[in-house]
Design a protein around this ligand. Sequence first.
Ligand SMILES: NC(=O)c1ccc[n+]([C@@H]2O[C@H](COP(=O)([O-])OP(=O)(O)OC[C@H]3O[C@@H](n4cnc5c(N)ncnc54)[C@H](O)[C@@H]3O)[C@@H](O)[C@H]2O)c1
Length: 365
Amino acid sequence: MMTAETVRYGLIGAGMMGREHIRNLALVPGAIVTAVSDPDTEQRTLSAAAAGGARAFASHQELLSSGLVDALVIASPNDTHMAILGDIFAAPKALPVLVEKPVCTSTADCERLAVTGAAHKAPIWVAMEYRYMPPVAELIGEVRAGTVGQLKMFAIREHRFPFLTKVGDWNRFSERTGGTLVEKCCHFFDLMRLVAQDDPVRVYASGAADVNHKDELYDGRVPDILDNAFVIVDFRSGIRALLDLCMFAEGSYWQEELAATGSAGKVEAFVPGPARFWPGGGERASEILVSPRAPKNPQRRTVHVDETILKAGDHHGSTYYQHMGFNRVVREGGAVDVTLADGLTAVHIGLAAEQSIREGKAIKL
Ligand SMILES: NC(=O)c1ccc[n+]([C@@H]2O[C@H](COP(=O)([O-])OP(=O)(O)OC[C@H]3O[C@@H](n4cnc5c(N)ncnc54)[C@H](O)[C@@H]3O)[C@@H](O)[C@H]2O)c1
């Protein structure tokens, strides 16, 4: 039922992540998806039905001029975000927009977006779901509360399944994704900045495409996306962060393992991967482990997340919490959690990491 408080959402890009947004918006009070746009007939039909009969458009331009929406969610391929944002910025009415990460895929686009986005008269929120995973939020809370003393090191290990098949195979080549360290790892670089409350000065990385997608061919080309890497990020304050990414490790019990270590101790968060890829398909709980240096007495606790929220996506409940925040900003105004500048910085770090691998040297930021 629509009320004066109802926010009508338009979804641009209605594939796998688009439907995760639809399932999560269905849990947000006063949210309704009234329109979807996708050039792929099957995807827009599936998503319009998943949204309970939203209007389906073949192009985002038609959606933008429909007058059917109060807020936008962009979940189209990475290299389409820039042009779609350009059309949103040029529309007569400035609408709030939640744009999936990575907000763009190249340094030139980052520079252009920083200018055009600054002139948009409505909120722009870059989707960085990992911030909102309840175990990650608890780890951040422990660091802020001083549990580790002065933070010095932050390590993120993601050992997971290979890249999934996407509509039109857009995720198989770096030219469309920005590269693995932009496409999927901009999340982690954003998280590093959030935990460190600081900006990076230098990135060193080593990585390769060693195992996955080697027997695939697209127009005669083998995918060039990295499937494993180590990335070290040095922050201005001296805090150092590490990403250990492996995308041929889907047998791991934990998909993400995070460790924040400081002068007084260590806090770790352990997050399982999506239930639909695990034997039995049941939801698994995440955990926090707090290990002070003295007295030595590590304490492990389970993080409980509502099963309905877990089942609405592949990201341990985070998409729901992110939408609750975005919905509040749309209704009440106020600052977004993840600004365009945050999204662009995460892309810059990912691009620097890709460059470091190509050139075999540290990249200054
Ligand atoms: N935050 C996360 O954790 C997370 C997870 C998965 C994907 N994503 C991001 O979401 C976006 C979509 O990924 P996906 O996994 O849903 O891919 P997908 O291939 O399943 O869906 C993308 C959809 O966009 C459509 N599309 C292509 N060009 C378009 C255009 N110009 N306008 C509108 N739609 C267009 C495609 O037809 C397809 O249906 C990507 O940017 C991806 O990086 C984020």
